[in-house]
Design a protein around this ligand. Structure first.
Ligand code: DP6
Length: 358
């Protein structure tokens, strides 16, 4: 243990976009939601976090760098993830390099963490989902924790709620859970990324400005003040989750698109029902909605679904490549390449992967 060795693990985790939204916590410390949610995991080649975690007896404190800049680990969310993984650490032995770490050693050893997002900096896309999922996954591999991805998702959840869904690829459901300690509030895979591989996801980056109200603050205010949220969480979402799972399993695009758009619109309605009201979408977002709605109606059957998170950027899910090409053509007409709106397209992605260990 006195030799100045360094042991490292690198992992890569894609981001995810909810089609049935998580909005509102029943426990803010454990990050337990007021309803189930369902998301799609995006292609890690374009939108992912890569995190390297290292341990060495020469490290004197836990430290973290995000996109090359050191950040503080004192926040409760990082501490919760580190504590939970350390509690599950197991013995490791690397005979070749003469490294032996026992379960007890992990309590004294410090880690260094370096995390990078490969998202175009101007994308304005939430990075906390991929970031915390990747951190937890990489730490678990470094510390030889035996938990499976669902169990790890319950730890990533304590970093950022939406992060729990990034441990899996394809379509993922976050079960809100029932028990007080949050151990059953975890993610499971609905279907993998091959099940509905012809879907194409287009992200229209309307603004890369940082949002005025963070998701954490916004959902806190909604829980405090919105009566509509209570109706949504109790009456609407439970039924929608069942219908959404069915439409995904049956690859029923018409039903999938209807539910995705309706849920996005209700999420933004709930934001508007918050006191003071929260406006995440802007005029351009509204124009995109009108354009998609008009096109879907004119086709007789939906070709594209839209969903907006806590910001004005549109996530558009096209039925297939043909619909995606037509959609891009329409969007380029309204938002030519020199306009402020940037268009990027993605496919469904795979789960977190271990890239390297040494
Ligand atoms: C609108 O997971 O970022 O994207 O749990 O407070 O970190 P915290 O919030 P976060 O909220 C995401 C909200 C959303 C919907 C969703 O991803 O389900």
């Amino acid at each position: 243990m006195s030799e100045p060795w360094v042991k490292m693990v690198t992992a890569q985790t894609p981001t995810n976009i909810a089609v049935i939204k998580y909005w509102g916590k029943r426990d803010e410390t454990l990050i337990l939601p007021v309803n189930d949610s369902i998301s799609i995991t995006l292609d890690p080649a374009h939108l992912c976090t890569t995190t390297t975690v290292a341990v060495s007896p020469s490290f004197v404190q836990d430290r973290m760098w995000l996109n090359g800049k050191e950040i503080s680990l004192s926040g409760g969310r990082y501490q919760n993830c580190l504590r939970e993984i350390r509690a599950r650490a197991c013995d490791i032995e690397d005979k070749e390099r003469g490294i032996k770490i026992s379960k007890k050693d992990w309590e004294k050893l410090h880690v260094h963490i370096a995390s990078y997002n490969n998202f175009p900096t101007a994308a304005g896309l939430a990075s906390s989902a991929a970031g915390f999922a990747c951190l937890v996954f990489a730490l678990a591999k470094l510390m030889n924790a035996k938990e499976d991805n669902s169990e790890l998702s319950a730890i990533a959840r304590q970093g950022s709620g939406s992060a729990c869904r990034s441990l899996f690829g394809g379509f993922v459901k976050w079960n809100m859970g029932k028990v007080e300690d949050g151990s059953d509030s975890l993610a499971i895979q609905v279907v993998d990324e091959k099940h509905w591989h012809d879907l194409v996801i287009i992200i229209a980056v309307v603004s890369s400005r940082e949002k005025e109200t963070s998701s954490t603050t916004g959902m806190h205010e909604t829980v405090e003040t919105s009566l509509l949220l209570q109706h949504r969480a109790k009456e609407i979402v439970p039924k929608r989750i069942v219908q959404m799972e069915m439409s995904i399993k049956n690859r029923d695009f018409a039903s999938f698109a209807h539910l995705t758009c309706a849920d996005s619109n209700q999420f933004h309605a709930v934001c508007l029902d918050t006191c003071p009201p929260i406006f995440y979408m802007n005029d351009t977002s509204h124009r995109i909605i009108s354009c998609v709605e008009k096109w879907n109606r004119s086709e007789g059957t939906p070709q594209v679904a839209y969903t907006f998170d806590a910001g004005p950027n549109a996530v558009l899910i096209a039925h297939n490549r043909k619909a995606a090409a037509q959609l891009l053509q329409k969007l380029l007409f309204y938002f030519p390449p020199n306009s402020d709106t940037q268009l990027n397209s993605y496919v469904l992605g795979d789960k977190s992967i271990l890239k390297d260990a040494g």
